[in-house]
Every structure is written in C-alpha cells, then in structure tokens.
Design a protein around this ligand. Structure first.
Ligand code: SAH
Ligand code: SF4
Length: 345
C-alpha cells in the first residue's frame, strides 16, 4: 500500500500511468488532497466509484489526527497531533491582524539539545515525513482555520530533516497556495543545510537562532556551536543568496545574566554587520525545571536600544500563548501536560 500523500507530482503521474490511467488524474487527486483537504480516497467524488475502488486496493491517504487543542487568552491556539505510530507533535496557530501564522513541527523531539529549549530537553525520536509535515496545515484547514503564513519553528530542527522538509516546502508553495515569501524556516545553524537549502527548496525566508554573540556563551547554551562555531555560521550566511528586498532573521533568546548585557548587544551588532538582516529578541519562556530566567523589561529595552543605535531593525517578540505553554521553546508534544480539555475537540 502506498501513501498518496508521500508521492510528489511526478510520482503520482507515474502511479496513475502504472494503473493505465491518464496523468490528468494525478492533477485531480492533488487538487482534492492539497486544496480541498480531502482525507480519504472514498471522498474524492470526482473519481468514479470503480476508480476509487481500484485505487483503494493499492493506496491510501494518510492523516495525522487531532488529539487535543487549547486556546489562549490572546487567541493563540495550540494543537496536539497524533501520528500513526503513536507519537505526538504540536502545532501553534497565531492569528494577528488579518494574517494567521501556523508554527509547524518538523521532527518528533529534537537532537540539538539547546539548554533553554523544552523540545531540546526531551531528546530526539524521529523525523517527520513530508506527509506529516504538510498535514499539519491540511488538517487545520479542513477544520476551517485560515492559514496565511507558515513558520518552521515548532518541534525539531528543519535542516536536520532537510529532504522531507524541502519536499514539504515545495508542496506548500506549488500545491497549497502559500507563497515562499510567507514561509520562514528557522534553523539552529547547520552549515551544510544552509548551503544546500537554496539549491533544493523554494526561496523561503531564513531565520537563524544565533542566541549568543561569542563562542564561549554559545557553546554553553547550544551544543551545536562546537560543531559549527559562530565564525563559520556567519561566513556561510554572508554567502547565502538572499532574494531582493528580503532579509535574514536572527533570533536571539534573551537569558538573564547569560547573554543579555549591553556588551553582548554590542558584540552581536558587530558580528552580523553587513548582513541584510533583522533581529528578533525573544525573552526566555520558562518551562518546568528550566535553568534560566528572562531578563527584566528594562534590560530587554536596553539591549534593543544598543542594536537600534547601530542601525538594526530589532523586534521584541511578544510571547504568545504563554498561559497554554504554546510559546517558543515550550513545546514538548506530550499527551498529558498542558492540555486540560481532552476529548472536547
Ligand atoms: N530548531 C529550530 C526551530 C525551532 S526552535 C531553531 O532552533 O531555530 C524556534 C525558536 O524558539 C528558536 O529561535 C529558539 O531559539 C527559540 N526558543 C527555544 N526555546 C525557547 C525558550 N525557552 N524561550 C524562548 N525562545 C525559545
Ligand atoms: Fe532543537 Fe531549535 Fe529547540 Fe534547539 S531551539 S533544541 S534546535 S528545537
């Protein structure tokens, strides 16, 4: 049995041809899966009953399932999705003045072990496949949610799963009507992946979780820095083909007493100098047993001011959905925890 959601457009054409059907069937099928969000072969009423029966002997359409959801006071929604092998992942939907951004997961867990990240503290289980990545969007659309923007900032390191992620990005941009301009991939800074991405994926926006201005600090909070130190990462980004009018986003989680000094801000400004970029400051979101604290508001503003004075666009990311543990770094994908309304959805 083949999962039709894992086949790319060419493979779908081959699949229909192998059954002696015209290749326009592949187009029709993709329309039903990716635009009409159909979840079963049987539901594709444009196909005759006999064609549907013939397909069902060879193939199926996989679906992730909604296990639970919670809505925050600020209208952020967090979803717990169940996968066919019993694993679970999370997605977060953030409505904001006319747009609606879905934060998508790319792996079950994460192997990068960043010390300030809850996902990182639970370790790595497995990669998501292309179907499981795009299905986070498809399922929510089927439930009537509008999704205009996508950020690959949920559980997992997208570039550690670059093959499935780039397939998923291609589906989003060519079949699901989401412009690459409205998609952002966030990476911990895997240098080979950053080099490969523009060669194999649509031109989505790139965000890099820098989080520290020196190797000494970054080594302490991000183990990956020992493999790809800051100089190598920045050098790779200087060579990155940035589309006209776009910028790389640097993400910087502010940790009290670790990377939040004005000296750190000055060093940050000098290492990224010359790269078309904007800087997102993310005050640390605490989770249970986390070893860090967020700086106070005053300190955050001082950090921002140092960078603004040096000509950078700097945004303090407001923390969304904190009351439901949906904010950055709080995702863990457990089936209990912060979900209080099991079975209600
Ligand atoms: N693995 C990718 C994408 C997912 S993490 C990456 O690291 O970029 C998405 C963002 O959340 C990263 O920028 C990360 O630095 C940030 N983050 C992780 N834990 C956090 C926490 N506890 N508080 C605030 N931001 C956090
Ligand atoms: Fe993984 Fe990103 Fe969390 Fe680091 S911050 S552990 S790369 S999900």
């Amino acid at each position: 049995m083949v999962d039709l959601k894992t086949l790319n457009p060419n493979q779908l054409v081959e699949f229909f041809e192998s059954l002696n059907h015209d290749k326009f069937r592949a187009r029709q099928l993709m329309h039903w899966i990716y635009q009409r969000n159909e979840s079963s072969i049987d539901g594709i009423t444009e196909f005759s009953v006999s064609l549907r029966q013939q397909l069902a002997k060879r193939a199926y359409i996989s679906n992730i399932e909604l296990i639970d959801s919670r809505t925050s006071k600020d209208a952020t929604e967090k979803f717990l999705f169940g996968l066919s092998d019993g694993e679970a992942i999370e997605g977060v939907l953030m409505p904001d003045s006319g747009k609606s951004t879905l934060c998508v997961s790319t792996q079950v867990g994460c192997a990068m072990g960043c010390r300030f990240c809850r996902t990182g503290s639970t370790g790595f289980k497995r990669n998501l496949n292309v179907a499981e990545i795009v299905d986070q969007i498809i399922l929510l659309r089927r439930m009537g949610r509008s999704i205009t923007n996508v950020v690959l900032m949920g559980m997992g390191e997208p570039l550690a799963n670059i093959k499935e992620v780039s397939d998923a990005l291609r589906r989003m941009t060519t079949l699901m009507g989401i412009s690459p301009k409205r998609i952002t991939l966030s990476t911990v800074g895997l240098v080979e992946g950053i080099e490969e991405l523009p060669l194999i994926a649509p031109p989505v926006n790139l965000a890099v979780s820098l989080n520290a201005p020196t190797n000494e600090i970054r080594n302490k909070i991000m183990p990956i820095n020992r493999r790809y130190p800051i100089e190598q990462l920045i050098e790779t980004l200087r060579a990155y083909p940035i589309k006209r009018g776009r910028r790389i986003t640097f993400e910087y989680v502010l940790l009290r007493g670790v990377n939040d000094s004005e000296e750190s801000a000055r060093m940050l400004s000098s290492i990224v100098r010359g790269i078309p970029c904007k800087i997102n400051l993310i005050p640390f979101n605490a989770f249970e047993d986390s070893p860090f604290e967020s700086p106070g508001h005053e300190q955050i503003l001082r950090f921002q001011e140092v960078l603004i004075d040096r000509g950078y666009s700097v945004f303090i990311r407001k923390s969304r959905g904190q009351d439901i543990a949906a904010a950055c770094g709080q995702l863990r994908g457990n089936r209990t925890g912060t979900y209080g309304n099991r079975g209600k959805v």
